[in-house]
Design a protein around this ligand. Structure first.
Ligand code: GLN
Length: 264
């Protein structure tokens, strides 16, 4: 078995360390003997290369880089990306990426950046003087059927811990939230929603990077990609996540988050 990870604009959208999501997926495949290729999806990538992609990773970026990406994401390339997401290719899109998957992103300065309209959401930066949403973020995944699938995998509610750093605020229309904020800002610091979930696309403001801190999400992405590609349920061998578990517990302790608070 082999998976190809499509990495969206690695040179433009890796400002906040989300390359850690690519490395985490790659290593968790290799540790299981699953072949893995990493395909950078950059400005010089031809649209038909997207056909070979089994899981998509999109990271975060400053407003300026997002504007450059959107100048490139046009025509056949954007149609292929849309098809992949609509067909159920799994992906994890962090911060600046989901802002571009929505209808538009109004940056702090400059013109509104038209998005792909794949997610029914809009994002607006309230201006340079507005407080940035920065800090540790903790949320419970509530999106269906993802929450149930992760709960079955974990044997408990899927609680995510990460780090957010964004000026833009995201407002969901019909697209479901990924989760419910327990601590931090989430989409906009007001409605307690975090991220979005559509088909098999996970959109979140959580850097960290997200996947090494929450390896169960990486395993869900790998399992979903294998199922979509080979059209059969493939169970993953269990990995020793002792280190990740103890790091999570240490962070929950530092954030004074008791089990009760996590599952309130
Ligand atoms: N530039 C966007 C914002 O400030 C996205 C930031 C990010 O990707 N962390 O909201």
């Amino acid at each position: 078995m082999e998976l190809t990870i499509g990495w969206l604009y690695p040179t433009l959208m890796s400002t906040y360390g989300d390359r850690g999501n690519v490395i985490c997926l790659q290593r968790r495949c290799q540790w299981r003997g699953i072949g893995v290729k990493i395909l950078p999806l950059d400005r010089e990538t031809e649209a038909d290369r997207l056909e070979t992609v089994d899981v998509i990773v999109g990271g975060g970026a400053q407003d300026r880089q997002q504007e450059i990406v959107m100048r490139d994401l046009k025509g056949a390339k954007v149609e292929r990306l849309r098809q992949k997401i609509e067909q159920g290719t799994p992906g994890v899109f962090t911060c600046g990426s989901p802002q571009l998957l929505g209808h538009y992103y109004e940056p702090a300065l400059g013109e509104k950046i038209e998005g792909l309209g794949i997610l029914d959401l809009v994002s607006k930066h309230p201006g340079f003087n507005a407080r940035r949403c920065i800090g540790n973020v903790v949320f419970e995944i509530t999106a269906s059927p993802l929450a149930a699938e992760l709960s079955a995998m974990l044997g408990e509610k899927p609680v995510v811990i990460g780090f957010e750093n964004h000026g833009g605020r995201t407002y969901l229309n019909s697209t479901a939230p990924l989760g419910r904020v327990i601590q931090g800002y989430g989409n906009n610091g007001q409605d307690k929603t975090e991220g979005a979930f559509y088909r098999h696309a996970i959109a979140t403001y959580s850097h960290g990077p997200l996947l090494p801190k929450n390896p169960f999400i990486a395993d869900w992405l790998i399992q979903t990609a294998l199922r979509e590609k080979y059209q059969q349920e493939i169970s993953l061998t269990k990995l020793d996540d002792t280190l990740a578990r103890s790091a999570r517990e240490a962070l929950f302790k530092r954030l004074e988050l008791t089990t009760a608070a996590k599952s309130a």
